[in-house]
Design a binder for this molecule. Structure first.
Ligand code: AMP
Ligand code: MN
Ligand code: MN
Length: 335
């Protein structure tokens, strides 16, 4: 049975722990990478033995973050010590740790979770969950403060990345006053908003640019213009000389189209097909599409991995997306 606790209680608990593995979710994004890395920096600043593990290792997109080269691959790397404590960060459910991550988490005597996904039902022995936080990075700023660690420029940069990437650089509706406050504290501690946002949003490789073109060339929209979808195959990655992380952000082009309420990007994966889902309020892709299919996420940004070939997975998801759009549209008319 896991116990829901406050950030202060998690800090007290962490203070008594050592030999810690900080873990993120599969397909680690900016929040998972930045938040785990910042907490790893903080735990080490406290004199603790700690490692940071992400499934697949360091995401290339964030290779420039300080300490990124220290990120171990949950799946393939041997840890330098046997961890006693696991801290899962930005992991909305146990499965999202990945196969190897779940084993590693289970092998730890102490298990904590720090998360912000409303769909998180809680796992581990104790968990902090703030479904209103735009990013775990927001909560990690508070956790580092509660731990009594002075935030240095390295932690600040990682946390600014975590916060900025999860709230669309302070554009999405999840952005709240605390999001700006947390980001301001990062800037105060030495994070450069200009340098970071240039790296994140104003530079891209040739491969990434080509991939965007290839995916958008196959864009489809329903006759009423409310559902948009596209496919991203291994073949496209090869042709464009792109990396699988280069898919990040492409879905925005789909949901940003005028009239589109729900967007679906189907991405070919070794294990099946990853569906990236986005919606405009009040359309809710987490509740109406991702969760019923076994995935999760946020109201307007969710995902699921289906063990099916791309086309089958896409059609199944599109059928649910269609139903969700019709249901919510009807509710809006009747309201
Ligand atoms: P993405 O489309 O990969 O950017 O994911 C959007 C959101 O959906 C993320 O914040 C994740 O929390 C959630 N998500 C993505 N994939 C999955 C999955 N396979 N299972 C549960 N939640 C997911
Ligand atoms: Mn995440
Ligand atoms: Mn997050």
């Amino acid at each position: 049975m896991s116990q829901r606790v406050t950030i202060e209680q998690l800090a007290d608990w962490l203070r008594d722990r050592d030999d810690i593995v900080v873990m993120g979710h599969v397909s680690p994004d900016g929040d998972a990478t930045g938040s785990t890395l910042a907490l790893w920096h903080a735990l080490r600043a406290m004199g603790k033995r700690a490692v940071v593990c992400l499934p697949g290792g360091m995401p290339l997109l964030y290779a420039w973050l300080s300490g990124a080269d220290q990120i171990l691959d949950t799946e393939t790397d041997t840890l330098p010590f046997e961890p006693k404590t696991a801290l899962a960060v930005d992991v909305s459910e146990y499965d999202r740790l990945g196969e190897a991550g779940m084993k590693r988490f289970d092998s730890c005597l102490y298990q904590g979770v720090l998360d912000h996904h409303k769909t998180n039902e809680g796992f581990g022995q104790l968990f902090v969950l703030d479904g209103e936080a735009a990013a775990v990075g927001e909560l990690a700023v508070d956790l580092i403060t509660a731990l009594g660690v002075g935030m240095d420029a390295n932690m600040a940069e990682c946390l600014f990345v975590a916060i900025s990437t999860d709230c669309g650089n302070f554009n999405y509706s999840n952005t709240r006053p605390q999001t700006f406050i947390a980001a301001a504290r990062c800037v105060e501690a030495g994070a450069s908003a200009d340098r970071i946002t240039e790296k994140l949003y104003r530079t891209r490789t040739l491969g990434r640019t080509r991939l965007l073109g290839a995916v958008l060339a196959g864009l489809e929209v329903s006759p009423d213009g409310k559902v948009a979808w596209a496919r991203l195959t291994d073949e496209m990655l090869r042709c464009c000389d792109a990396d699988k992380e280069d898919s990040e952000g492409i879905i925005n082009y789909l949901i940003e189209m005028i009239g589109v309420k729900v967007a679906v990007l189907a991405i070919e994966r070794q294990e099946g097909t990853k569906l990236s889902l986005r919606s405009k309020t009040p359309f809710n892709v987490a509740r109406d599409v991702a969760v019923p299919l076994g995935g999760g996420g946020h109201d307007c940004a969710a995902g699921v991995l289906l063990a099916m070939p791309l086309e089958e997975a896409l059609q199944k998801t599109l059928a649910m997306a269609r139903e969700a759009v019709d249901k919510t549209t009807a509710e809006m008319i009747n309201a």
